[in-house]
Design a protein around this ligand. Structure first.
Ligand SMILES: *[C@@H]1O[C@H](CO)[C@@H](O)[C@H](O)[C@H]1NC(C)=O
Ligand SMILES: *[C@@H]1O[C@H](CO)[C@@H](O)[C@H](O)[C@H]1NC(C)=O
Ligand SMILES: *[C@@H]1O[C@H](CO)[C@@H](O)[C@H](O)[C@H]1NC(C)=O
Length: 415
């Protein structure tokens, strides 16, 4: 069924739900009443993670294509830095070993500056999604090498994952005037260096639960030394307070290592449940359930044949499935949100792209996914747009003209 078919069915569904006076809106409508499955994005945002760190904004046309010629780059004022690989060389593609080096909440973006241990808040202009303005000053963090960030629009909290010699998670409130006081580091004992040597044994991603009452962090283990990766869960406290204490993230959390997982990487919350879709670089993807105490267990695993490192995931609202990328293979794999089973054949992009080395960060809106290939220094940084309903690539564009190189990392989408 195409998106318009869905739209008319949804219109009928809404009428039915009004007639029966159901208290809540149908799940497929977002908070603005839009049918998410059919609402294309307005723009995507990527950090350059170059010495003068910048956020590159690329507008999306009504038909879902990227308008690279209308893109713009805005300096964060902070410094980018690449992690290092096993040979000590700068890592790239996948310069930060993370998902979510940039996050969106309402009309604000938050981008990490790994080389200056800070996070920058930027406002998105209401008329022009490529026009960004830094808000306040970048906030200095109580640790080293921030590589992932999450923001809660509901509770106005920003949290950053750090994976250098001082690793962990730190959070701060934010307002329209900028980021407030950063709290103390919730440390992870990774025994890392600054910059970190990985990708094993590093923080992967911080993200909030669907209802924004829990902050999660995924951390990669190192199977070779029996070091198991884990999911950490920190509750958001004072979520109901009105007059005294503002909401904040608890200083301690719980960690768990769901069975059969080892190198937890990118994650997405699954709408309408408290389950999580996670990638595991050592085999593919998994669906986790999380109990009320914050401990995760494995619901289902999808092992991907011929994978190199499956690390990033986006859930397409049009298909209600996960699309995962692999830094070593130029393809998308579609997986079930119920049990992570593989859906259909791999979506091989190599002919369409002319052979990008592999894909990293991706985001979905409407029936499109936008997948970044930072390139390897020989090939340009490029984005491939794929229609999730037809499983066909529709656009492949170089983004080198906007200053993106193999160190580019992180993607956020404005819908
Ligand atoms: C999508 O829209 C853009 C801008 O209007 C246009 O340049 C492009 O050709 C369109 N793509 C398709 C596949 O129709
Ligand atoms: C890891 O644990 C397994 C099972 O306990 C053991 O057989 C193996 O020797 C350990 N490997 C290392 C490197 O410690
Ligand atoms: C970069 O990727 C291209 C395409 O996959 C490959 O031909 C080339 O050898 C790679 N270069 C480096 C430096 O890895």
């Amino acid at each position: 069924m195409n998106c318009y078919g869905r739209l008319s069915l949804l219109a009928l569904a809404s009428v039915a739900s009004i007639a029966s006076a159901r208290p809540s809106a149908p799940a497929h409508l977002d908070s603005r009443g839009n049918n998410e499955a059919c609402t294309n994005g307005k723009a995507i945002y990527i950090t350059s993670n170059t010495a003068q760190n910048a956020v590159v904004a690329l507008p999306i046309a009504q038909n879902g294509s990227l308008l690279v010629a209308n893109g713009a780059s805005t300096a964060t004022g902070g410094t980018g830095q690449s992690a290092v690989d096993s040979t000590g060389a700068d890592a790239g593609p996948d310069s930060l070993f993370s998902q979510s080096a940039i996050a969106i909440a309402g009309n604000y973006l938050f981008a990490v500056n790994p080389g200056s241990n800070s996070v920058t808040m930027l406002a998105i202009d209401a008329q022009d999604a490529t026009k960004l303005t830094v808000v306040g000053s970048s906030a200095t963090l109580p640790g080293e090498f921030p590589n992932t960030v999450a923001a809660s629009d509901k509770y106005k909290i920003v949290c950053v994952g750090l994976t250098g010699a001082k690793a962990g998670v730190a959070c701060a409130p934010y307002s329209s005037s900028g980021i407030g006081a950063v709290d103390a580091l919730r440390p992870f004992n990774l025994g890392q260096t600054t910059p970190p040597a990985g990708p094993l044994n590093t923080v992967s991603q911080v993200f909030f639960s669907g209802d924004e009452t829990t902050l999660y962090a995924t951390v990669k283990g190192n199977p070779a030394v029996n070091n198991t990766g884990f999911l950490a869960a920190f509750p958001v406290q004072n979520t109901r307070s009105s007059c005294h204490a503002a909401a904040s993230v608890a200083s301690t959390g719980v960690t768990s290592s769901p069975s059969g997982t080892a190198v937890l990487f990118g994650s997405n919350t699954i709408k309408g449940s408290t389950n999580l879709f996670v990638t595991d670089a050592s085999f593919g993807g998994a669906v986790l359930s999380v109990d009320s105490a914050g401990k995760a267990s494995t619901v289902g695993k999808g092992v991907i044949d011929g994978q190199a490192a499956t690390c990033w995931v986006a859930i397409s609202p049009a298909t209600n499935t996960a699309f995962v990328t692999d830094v070593g293979v130029d393809r998308l794999i579609e997986m079930s949100l119920t049990d992570a089973s593989i859906q259909g054949s791999p979506i091989d992009l190599s002919t369409f792209t002319g052979g990008d080395p592999g894909l990293t960060d991706l985001r979905a809106a409407g029936s499109f996914v936008y997948a970044l290939s930072p390139g390897n220094g020989t090939t340009d940084a490029a984005i491939t747009v794929v229609n999730t309903l037809t499983k066909q690539p529709v656009q492949h564009v170089s983004v080198a003209s906007l200053g993106l190189t193999k160190s580019a990392q992180g993607m956020a989408i404005l819908v």
